[in-house]
Write a protein that binds this ligand. Structure first.
Ligand code: ZN
Length: 63
């Protein structure tokens, strides 16, 4: 089952079975924490105005 993860350093969102070892955005090791779908959506909406490209795939999951 896939889950939502958020980077505690740069708020990058990740959707998958496991959190990435290294954040692709800020390159911090093990910076991801699991969040609920609602939290993920909230962060996504905040992030949308800052940088749309990295979260495009995440956005599709909410459709
Ligand atoms: Zn990050």
């Amino acid at each position: 089952m896939k889950r939502y993860f958020r980077c505690t350093v740069c708020d990058d969102m990740h959707y998958g079975e496991n959190a990435p070892e290294i954040c692709p955005t800020c390159e911090t090791m093990r910076s991801y924490v699991e969040v609920t779908k609602d939290e993920a959506k909230e962060y996504f909406l905040q992030q949308k105005t800052r940088q749309a490209q990295p979260v495009r795939e995440v956005a599709l999951r909410f459709a």
